[in-house]
Write a protein that binds this ligand. Structure first.
Ligand code: ZN
Length: 178
């Protein structure tokens, strides 16, 4: 196991499109991974990071919205209410921003880094980040929210290197990269 910031896998890496496996128990190896994920998220100025983004297909993600910091293992979204649209970026798809429609409020269950069961009701940014990371564990990316025409346009631009994207300021980048 490596220490310190890990390399974030980019779009095209099969890890990002695979389903992640549940974790049996959070032990020393998982805790080491979690701490490396926090370092990686900080190094890349993200608000969230899922294990598949560092090449590990296990159901683990970390969140740091600036206000709240937590570790999520084996998450379930039990109930979702309302919806709105937020422009989201993804550390694994640099410079691409997608308007993603998600639930406003979610009721979630997971285990934390100490193997304790957690139930929570999430609203606002943290609810969006949770749903974005939950998608990563299912192998789903923000590109999957695009209509088929925009999706294939962006994918071919990414492939041939012609994608210009939007230029994010540092603050924006911190806000949206998940
Ligand atoms: Zn992402």
């Amino acid at each position: 196991m490596e220490f310190g910031p890990l390399k974030v896998r980019l779009y095209g890496d099969p890890c990002l499109e695979a389903k992640s496996k549940p974790v049996k128990e959070v032990g020393p190896v998982e805790r080491m991974l979690i701490s490396a994920m926090f370092e990686t998220m900080a190094a890349y100025k993200g608000v969230g990071l899922a294990a598949p983004q560092v090449g590990i297909n296990e159901q683990i993600f970390v969140v740091d919205t600036g206000k709240e910091t937590f570790v999520v293992v084996n998450p379930k979204i039990v109930k979702s209410v309302g919806h709105d649209v937020m422009e989201e970026g993804c550390l694994s798809i640099p410079r691409v921003l997608v308007d993603v429609k998600r639930a406003k409020t979610v009721w979630v269950e997971y285990i934390d880094a100490a193997n304790r069961r957690v139930r929570a009701q999430l609203n606002g940014l943290v609810a969006k980040v949770f749903q974005h990371e939950y998608d990563h564990l299912q192998g789903k990316l923000i590109l999957d929210y695009l209509n088929p025409r925009d999706r294939s346009k962006i994918l071919s631009q990414l492939k041939n290197g012609s994608y210009v994207g939007k230029v994010l300021g540092d603050d924006d980048a911190y806000r949206t990269k998940i």
